[in-house]
Write a protein that binds this ligand. Structure first.
Ligand SMILES: [Zn+2]
Length: 237
């Protein structure tokens, strides 16, 4: 009895969602873009239940990906596809120097899907963490590079790192709008609880936008940076 009732409720809800989707597609009902699966991803929208679906679609389609960056006013200058060695090189990559509110310490080459993850993280992860824990905004993100033809952990053999396809970035420090500078080296275990809490909040939020997020908690090699990447396995450490 309960099972039949539950099935009827779920079936009814599914029909309702389908009807709303059809009406939205036909432009018959005004659905906010963040609740409309047909509306393109807007990085600036408050993340909601459809965000991961839209991000997934943009990640697998370079044209949609570039359009999403463009819609948010982010400059992503295309870089010609490259093959630089076995398992090394990139396609649909671009050069990006500035995110929504923060400038990168130097321009980087990233695949579009990695740039998209970084843009989403800067807006919804890093920005919110700085506001919540430090009462300021992040003005500058200091990185240690993106593209590099190398193996995981710089090992002589083994699997290629996501850096080898411009799908990864290493971030070591943040400079706030009020001038304060936070580094992973000095502040991950800071006596100032708000600094340590900010860095952990940045790490935790990155796990939503990147497939792999590695912090000083992961291993001693990451004592001074967050490694963030897309397109490979999944880890949040
Ligand atoms: Zn890395």
């Amino acid at each position: 009895m309960v099972v039949r009732l539950a099935r009827a409720v779920i079936g009814g809800l599914a029909l309702l969602v389908l009807a709303l989707m059809l009406l939205a597609a036909a432009g018959r009902v005004a659905v906010p873009p963040e609740l409309n699966p047909f509306a393109p991803l807007d990085i600036r929208d408050t993340p909601g239940i459809l965000t991961s679906f839209k991000v997934g679609r943009a990640r697998s389609d370079p044209e949609l990906c570039r359009a999403a960056l463009d819609r948010a006013g982010l400059r992503f200058d295309p870089v010609p596809d490259q093959v630089t060695g076995e398992g090394c090189g990139f396609s649909d990559a671009g050069r990006i120097a500035r995110l929504g509110r923060a400038v990168l310490s130097s321009p980087v080459v990233l695949s579009c899907r990695a740039a998209l993850a970084l843009a989403l993280h800067e807006r919804h992860g890093i920005g919110a963490a700085a506001r919540d824990h430090l009462g300021s905004a992040v003005a500058r993100i200091e990185h240690m590079g993106t593209y590099a033809c190398r193996n995981i952990n710089h090992a002589a053999s083994g699997r290629r790192s996501r850096h080898a396809t411009a799908d990864a970035i290493d971030i070591g420090a943040f400079v706030l709008a009020d001038g304060r500078r936070l580094t992973l080296t000095a502040d991950w275990s800071s006596n100032d609880a708000s600094r340590a809490a900010f860095l952990r909040a940045v790490r935790d939020a990155a796990c939503r936008w990147f497939d792999v997020t590695l912090s000083p908690d992961y291993n001693p090699l990451h004592y001074d940076h967050f490694h963030l990447d897309v397109g490979g396995g999944r880890a949040c450490r």
